[in-house]
Each structure stands twice: as structure tokens, then as C-alpha cells.
Design a protein around this ligand. Structure first.
Ligand code: NAD
Length: 495
């Protein structure tokens, strides 16, 4: 097993003195504080970024407002063309961006290439198509006419202004692209605040956006800790927040946004997603589904399943087969193209997962597979399978955001539905069955923003995505994003 060599431009990028990206150029922060970026596969510091301060936030907000004044006047086709060009540039720099992403996040290189770059380009092209299709309505009011006067009305969709895009560490490129593409296509400007753990790739993409023809000030990037996100949300010069991250931070961001004068907020949060396997599904198919739903990118996907419900008559066979399949996974360096399972993204997360293993043991859950750290440098944990005792057990209620699949058997389909709907969240869920009629009857009874049948985790830009209940507010993708990035203006005319 051996790592692919890093491209010279990746080595050179990592060696840079990284700054903030404001007004189309890299500038040094007013703050002397820096944050280390650590490669989770080796534990080594690979770069340092600025921990921006209030003066940096002010500078970025001023430039983003100037950028908004220019960009909101650009012709819709011009906006679309810039996004198309940026998609081309992502593909031309595919390997460079994928390697930077893998070095900072530990994501295996194939996932960095396929999701962080290829999917990001696909999303950009999808949003570019909307540029020329965002429109209002014409309406006829029924107001009284005393002297022959008549009325007409129309609505305009106007960009909300300066957007704050706050991004988590699990898909630092793709999620940033969702936000910047939604903002730019509607005529907004944006300030991206990447996660403190994975701030690098978006700094490079911001440079490519200028090469794609984006005017200065329209896309800005401020690196730093949570205080940078908070400062941006509370700033009077920002007008909308698009946040993706954990439930507790999302609630804090929602409060800050409301307190800052009812700043619009879209909150894409976590969950505790369920996968339910009906009795007709064969054991092999169930195991394929569990690996797709629970173990892609070491389970560090908001939409991944963490609760698995299997009919009592099948659960022993499913667990046995799953154990065999997981024990054959090739675990190793994320820069080795043969690796199927890499590290988790940072040390605090590794420690959190270790805490969940201890909790499962304390509650007398059965560890079917894994349940330990992997004995090698870096943030590795074993892919883990747990059999719980009851729906009240911690591992069936708290989001681990890791490669931990927790199981409970069920006896009847009514019980399955009740188990799947257990808890305060509602981001995603999946049903696995050959009986599509049965699936269609169960779909309305399941609480989830996205429900998959015989698949899990995969997203498409044409299909809206977001959470019910405590998993969030608002939707991304499809036409749903237009509501969130534009204000509706009604115009009435008497003639
Ligand atoms: P997090 O909530 O810890 O951090 C997310 C971002 O918020 C980071 O950039 C962080 O610096 C910033 N932040 C922290 N405090 C802030 C504050 N007070 N004000 C403004 N910004 C602040 O989340 P994380 O650990 O980076 O990501 C993992 C979580 O994200 C999981 O819960 C996962 O389910 C969720 N997630 C959800 C989706 C979705 O689309 N629903 C997608 C990916 C991840």
C-alpha cells in the first residue's frame, strides 16, 4: 500500500502563509492569532490559517456590500456564465483540490474527487441553469373601481443582499459550493466562514472564482473559530445566514440571527437518521444498504443513517454478515487509492466517538464489531456495529456523526414506524423493501425531510434537501432555495 504523491502545486499551496480572501485578493488578517490545520491521517500540522477578528469582519462586510451593489445589477446570464466557468475550473483543478481536501479532512481520495470536486461542479452547473429562470408573477387585483380605474400587479424576486455562509467540516467544499452557488445565482454576495478544522480548499476555490470572472467583493472567505461566524451573523451589514452544522450551534445561530434584527436564517442541522428494513429484503441486500447508509465517509454525513431497524427473524443473519463485510474493509491512508475506510476528521471527534463506545458498554449494549480506536497514528476508529437493548439507549438517540451503526429488532410494521419516528429530529430516513406499494403507504407516516426507498445518502441538486423539526429550517436545492435567497416585492399599479 502506498500514497499517491502530492502535486507540486498542492505542496506549494500548503506552504503558503494563508490569509483571508477579501475583495478578490488574499489579505493578511488584522489579528495575530492563527489556527493550526492538522492532517487527521498523520496527526501532523500541515498549514496555519488566520483566526479573523472584528476588524476583519468589518472589512469583509464592507467589501461584500460593495460587491452586492455591482453583482445584483449583473445580467442573469452573466451570473450563470460565471458559475459555469467556475465549474469548468473545478474540473481542471480536480486533482489539486481533491488532494488539498484529503490532506485537511482525511477523506479518502476517491471521495474527495467524486464528491468534493465532481459533485460540486455538477451542483454549480445546476444552479447556473436557474440564473435566467428566476421570475415573479403577474396578478390581477379585485379592488373596487368607482370611476373606471383599473389595477394590475406583479411580483419581483430581489436578492436578499449579503449572505453569511457557515460551513461544517465534513464536506467543506461541496457544502460551501451549495451556499455560494445559491447566493451568486440570485444576485447576492457572500462571505463564507469555513470550519476551523477544514478551511483550506475554499481559499483556493475563491481564487478560481476570480479567474472565472467573478467581480471582487462578491465572494469573500473569513477563516477562524465560531466567534467569526457569530460576529458575521450579528453584524448589521449582513442580511441572510445559511448555516450548516450541529443542532446546538444551529439553535445559537438562529437566536443570534433573530436578535440581529430578524436576519433571515436557513439552518441545515444534524439528526439521528433511521433505516428500516422490511421483512422481504434479502440479507445480502440489507447488508449492502447498511454499508451505503452508515459507513460512507466513515459515517460523517449529516444524512447518513445511525439507527437501523431489522425484523427480528433476520437480525442475527444481518449482523453476522455485516461483521464479515466490515472486517474485510481496507483501512489505511486516505491518500492510498486502495483505501476504503480512512480516519475521522479531527481528534476531538475521535475522542467523542470513544466516549460513545464507553457509553454503549455502560448501558450493556452488545458490541458486535469494532468499538475501539485503531492502533496507528492519526484519528482512526474502527467501523462499529452495536446491538442496543431498547429505543431509550443513548446510541439510538444521540448523533454520533461517526462510523457507528446501532441496531434494534422489530416485530411488526406499526412498531417499525413508531421506532423510525422516535426522537426530535427529522432530517432523513430510508425504507428497504421490494414491495413498493407498501413503501408508498408507509411514506406519509415517516417524519423526514428526505426519505429514500432502497437507497440512502445520495443527494441531487434537483431534489430539495433539508430537515423537519429539530433538524433544521428551510430547504436547499431544487427551486426551494430561491425562496430563501430572494425577497418577494409586490408592485400594484392603478391606471
Ligand atoms: P458545528 O455546529 O460545530 O460547526 C459548524 C460551523 O459553525 C463551523 O464553521 C463553526 O466554526 C461555526 N460556529 C460555531 N459556533 C458558532 C456560532 N456561535 N455562531 C456562528 N457560527 C458558529 O458543526 P460541525 O461539527 O462542524 O459539523 C458537524 C455537524 O454538522 C453534524 O451535526 C452534522 O449532522 C451537521 N451537518 C448537517 C448537514 C445538513 O445539510 N443538514 C450537512 C453536514 C453536516
Amino acid at each position: 500500500m502506498s500514497d499517491i504523491p502530492l502535486l507540486p502545486q498542492v505542496e506549494a499551496f500548503l506552504r503558503r502563509r494563508h490569509g483571508l480572501f477579501i475583495d478578490g485578493v488574499t489579505v493578511h488578517s488584522h489579528s495575530s492569532q492563527t489556527l493550526d490545520v492538522t492532517n487527521p491521517a498523520t496527526g501532523q500540522v500541515i498549514a496555519q490559517v488566520a483566526d479573523a477578528d472584528l476588524a476583519d469582519i468589518d472589512a469583509a462586510v464592507i467589501c461584500a456590500n460593495q460587491g452586492f451593489a455591482r453583482w445584483s445589477q449583473a445580467a442573469p446570464a452573466t451570473r450563470g456564465n460565471v458559475l459555469l466557468k467556475l465549474a469548468d475550473l473545478l474540473e481542471q483543478h480536480r486533482e489539486e483540490l481533491a488532494q488539498i481536501e484529503t490532506c485537511q479532512s482525511g477523506k479518502i481520495i476517491q471521495i474527495s474527487r467524486a464528491f468534493e470536486v465532481d459533485q460540486a461542479a455538477h451542483f454549480l452547473r445546476y444552479y447556473a441553469g436557474w440564473a435566467t429562470k428566476i421570475s415573479g408573477q403577474t396578478l390581477t387585483p379585485s379592488l373596487p373601481s368607482f370611476n373606471g380605474e383599473r389595477y394590475t400587479a406583479f411580483t419581483l424576486r430581489e436578492p436578499v443582499g449579503v449572505v453569511v455562509g457557515i460551513v461544517p467540516w465534513n464536506f467543506s467544499t461541496m457544502i460551501a459550493i451549495w451556499k455560494l452557488a445559491s447566493a451568486l445565482v440570485t444576485g447576492c454576495s457572500i462571505i463564507i466562514k469555513p470550519s476551523e478544522f477544514t478551511p483550506l480548499t475554499i481559499l483556493r476555490i475563491a481564487e478560481l472564482a476570480i479567474d472565472a470572472g467573478l467581480p471582487a467583493g462578491v465572494l469573500n472567505v473569513l477563516t477562524g473559530g465560531g466567534h467569526v461566524g457569530k460576529g458575521l451573523v450579528e453584524h448589521p451589514g449582513t442580511h441572510k445566514v445559511s448555516f450548516t452544522g450541529s443542532v446546538p450551534t444551529g439553535i445559537a445561530v438562529g437566536r443570534s440571527a433573530m436578535g440581529a434584527g430578524l436576519t433571515r436564517a436557513t439552518l441545515e442541522l444534524g439528526g439521528k437518521n433511521a433505516a428500516g428494513f422490511l421483512r422481504d429484503i434479502e440479507v445480502d441486500k440489507a447488508v449492502d444498504g447498511i454499508i451505503e447508509a452508515g459507513f460512507l465517509h466513515s459515517g460523517q454525513i449529516c444524512a447518513a443513517a445511525e439507527r437501523f431497524y431489522v425484523h427480528r427473524s433476520q437480525i442475527d443473519a444481518v449482523l453476522e454478515k455485516l461483521k464479515t463485510r466490515l472486517s474485510r474493509l481496507t483501512i489505511g491512508s486516505p491518500l492510498d487509492e486502495r483505501t476504503e475506510f480512512g480516519p475521522v476528521t479531527h481528534q476531538q471527534h475521535q475522542q467523542k466517538l470513544l466516549g460513545y463506545f464507553a457509553q454503549a458498554r455502560a448501558e450493556n449494549n452488545t458490541i458486535i464489531h469494532g468499538g475501539k480506536l485503531i492502533d496507528r497514528p492519526g484519528c482512526y476508529v474502527e467501523p462499529t456495529v452495536i446491538l442496543a437493548n431498547s429505543s431509550h439507549d443513548t446510541l439510538l438517540n444521540e448523533e454520533t456523526f461517526g462510523p457507528i451503526a446501532t441496531f434494534l429488532p422489530y416485530d411488526s410494521e406499526d412498531e417499525l414506524l413508531a421506532l423510525m419516528n422516535n426522537g426530535p429530529y427529522g432530517l432523513s430516513a430510508s425504507l428497504w423493501t421490494h414491495d413498493l406499494g407498501k413503501a408508498l403507504r408507509m411514506i406519509p407516516a415517516i417524519n423526514a425531510g428526505t426519505l429514500w426507498v432502497n437507497m440512502h445518502t445520495l443527494l441531487d441538486p434537483a431534489v430539495p434537501f433539508g430537515g423537519n423539526r429539530s433538524s433544521g429550517v428551510g430547504r436547499e436545492f431544487g427551486s426551494a432555495f430561491i425562496e430563501d435567497y430572494t425577497e418577494l416585492k409586490s408592485v400594484m399599479i392603478r391606471y
